[in-house]
Design a protein around this ligand. Structure first.
Ligand code: GLY
Ligand code: MN
Ligand code: MN
Length: 434
C-alpha cells in the first residue's frame, strides 16, 4: 500500500473528528503462547490502517485544533542490541521519515505526555470496548486533570467511540484496497486448487493443508486465520482446526482457508470428494448448497440489504431439504420456525477486509445495511449432517458442505474475487481427474 493511501485515510479521519478533539489508538499486545514463547505478532488492523506501522508497543495520537491537525506516534526506539534478538524497528526517526508522522516519541514517554495531549481538547475519541492499557492510562490521567479544573484546565468533556468513524471508513474499500483483496483471493484460489490436486484417500488432513499453505507462503501471504481442513465427520464441525485425521475413500473434505496479503484477508471454502468423484448422496447435498450460494450471490448487489443473501440462501436450502425429505412441512413454516437450523446453523456471510470477520456495522439505525460499491463480503452457505442424525437416511450421514466465496460489490452488481477455484461438480471432478 502506498504511503499516500495512509495519509488520505488520516485526512478523512481528521475531517470526521469534531473540532478541538483528540483521538488515541494503541495497537495489540504481542500475545504469549506459553512462558517465553510468543504467537506471531499481528498488528491491530485499524491501527495499521491509519499509521502503516506494524510494531507492538505503539500508540497513535491524532489531534485537531481548529484547522491544525497533528499525527503523533509513540513507538519502540531503535536499539541495536535488542534488535539482534527481536528484529528490526522503525524507531522514532523512521516513523517520522517513512510514515510521515508529525511527531514521534518513545513509547515510555506516553504516560508523561498524556496531560499535554489531553488538555485543551473538548472531545476525546477512544476505541471503546477494548480493555487496553492505553485506555486505562487515559482515564486515570483524565481523573487527575479534572482535579485541576479550578485552575482553569480544559479537559475533554465527551468520549466518543473512535471505531464508529474508522469502521465506516474500512467498510468501503478503496481501489487500492480492492486490488490487494483481488490478489489475496487469487493466491488463495491457487492454494485451494493445489489442495484439490494433492488430495488422495489415505492421506492425513494436514498433508492436504501443507501444499495449500505452501502456495500462500510462496506468494508472499500468511494464513488469514487457522485453516480448517476437515474430512468426513470433521466437515460437520464448523471451526475444526485439528487437521490430523485420516482421509477415507468416499468422504468429502471441507477446506476453509484464506491467504492474507499485505494485511488483507481472503476467506474461501471448497468441499470436494477425497477420491475426486462425488457419490450420489454427496452430489445431492453439494448441488443444493451450490444453488443456495448462487442465489445468495445474486442478492449481493447495490440497493439490496445485508439480509437479502441470507434469506435467498435459506429459501433455496429449505426447499431443497424438503425435496430430499430431510425436512417435512410447508416451506414457509419451516423458514419461519427456523427448522433449517438443524442442518444450517450459521449465517450466510460477513464483511471481509483487513480482518477476516471485518469491521462495519451490519444494522445501522436498526435497519440492515444497504450494499454499496466497494463493500466486500463472504457468501458461504452450508449444510451439515452428522452421523446418526434422527430421521436422516444413512447415505447422507457425515456429509458436511460449505461453499464460500469473496464478493466485491460493484456499481452494477458484484465481482467474485475468489472465482478461480472450481465450484461445480463437473469442474471439481475434471480438476481432480487430471
Ligand atoms: N473462516 C471463517 C469463516 O468462514 O467465517
Ligand atoms: Mn471461511
Ligand atoms: Mn467466512
Amino acid at each position: 500500500m502506498k504511503i499516500s493511501e495512509f495519509a488520505s485515510r488520516r485526512k478523512k479521519l481528521f475531517s470526521a473528528m469534531k473540532d478541538n478533539s483528540v483521538a488515541i489508538l494503541a495497537t495489540n499486545k504481542h500475545p504469549v503462547r506459553n512462558n517465553d514463547a510468543e504467537y506471531p505478532f499481528r498488528t491491530d488492523s485499524s491501527f495499521y490502517y491509519l499509521t502503516g506501522l506494524d510494531e507492538p508497543d505503539s500508540i497513535a495520537v491524532f489531534s485537531k485544533k481548529g484547522k491544525k491537525t497533528e499525527f503523533t506516534v509513540f513507538c519502540r526506539p531503535r536499539n541495536p542490541d535488542q534488535e539482534i534478538w527481536t528484529g528490526r524497528r522503525l524507531g522514532t526517526e523512521g516513523v517520522v521519515s517513512k510514515l510521515k508522522a508529525n511527531k514521534a516519541y518513545k513509547i515510555d514517554e506516553f504516560v508523561g505526555k498524556l496531560p499535554e495531549l489531553l488538555v485543551g481538547s473538548v472531545e476525546l475519541y477512544l476505541s471503546l470496548g477494548r480493555d487496553c492499557e492505553s485506555n486505562r492510562r487515559v482515564m486515570m490521567t483524565l481523573s487527575k486533570l479534572k482535579q485541576r479544573a479550578r485552575s482553569g484546565t480544559q479537559t475533554p468533556q465527551r468520549i466518543h467511540d473512535l471505531d464508529q468513524i474508522v469502521n465506516e471508513m474500512r467498510l468501503i474499500k478503496s481501489p487500492a484496497e480492492q486490488n490487494v483483496m483481488r490478489k489475496a483471493a487469487k493466491i488463495a484460489a491457487k492454494g485451494h486448487i493445489a489442495a484439490m490436486q494433492a488430495c488422495k484417500p489415505g492421506m492425513k488432513e494436514f498433508e492436504v493443508q501443507a501444499p495449500l499453505e505452501q502456495v500462500f507462503r510462496e506468494n508472499g501471504c500468511e494464513c488469514a486465520y487457522t485453516s480448517i481442513v476437515g474430512g468426513g465427520e470433521n466437515a460437520c464441525i464448523l471451526h475444526y482446526v485439528e487437521n490430523k485425521a485420516r482421509l477415507n475413500n468416499n468422504e468429502l473434505l471441507l477446506i476453509d482457508a484464506g491467504a492474507e496479503l499485505d494485511y488483507y484477508a481472503s476467506d474461501i471454502t471448497r468441499t470436494f470428494p477425497t477420491n475426486g468423484k462425488f457419490n450420489a448422496a454427496q452430489k445431492e447435498i453439494y448441488e443444493l448448497v451450490l444453488r443456495a450460494q448462487l442465489a445468495a450471490i445474486r442478492n449481493a448487489k447495490p440497493g439490496k440489504r445485508w439480509d437479502a443473501p441470507h434469506k435467498a440462501a435459506v429459501r433455496v436450502l429449505t426447499e431443497g431439504l424438503v425435496a430430499l425429505k430431510l425436512l417435512k412441512g410447508k416451506v414457509a413454516d419451516l423458514i419461519k420456525n427456523e427448522e433449517y437450523r438443524r442442518f444450517y446453523m450459521h449465517n450466510t456471510g460477513h464483511w471481509l477486509g483487513m480482518d477476516v470477520h471485518d469491521v462495519g456495522n451490519y444494522k445501522p439505525d436498526g435497519k440492515w445495511r444497504v450494499f454499496k460499491p466497494g463493500m466486500v463480503l463472504t457468501v458461504e452457505p452450508g449444510l451439515y449432517i452428522p452421523a446418526k442424525s434422527k430421521g436422516v437416511p444413512k447415505r447422507y450421514w457425515d456429509i458436511g458442505v460449505r461453499i464460500e466465496d469473496d464478493v466485491l460489490i460493484t456499481r452494477t452488481g458484484n465481482e467474485i474475487l475468489s472465482k478461480d477455484v472450481p465450484k461445480s461438480v463437473a469442474e471439481i471432478e475434471a480438476l481432480m481427474a487430471q
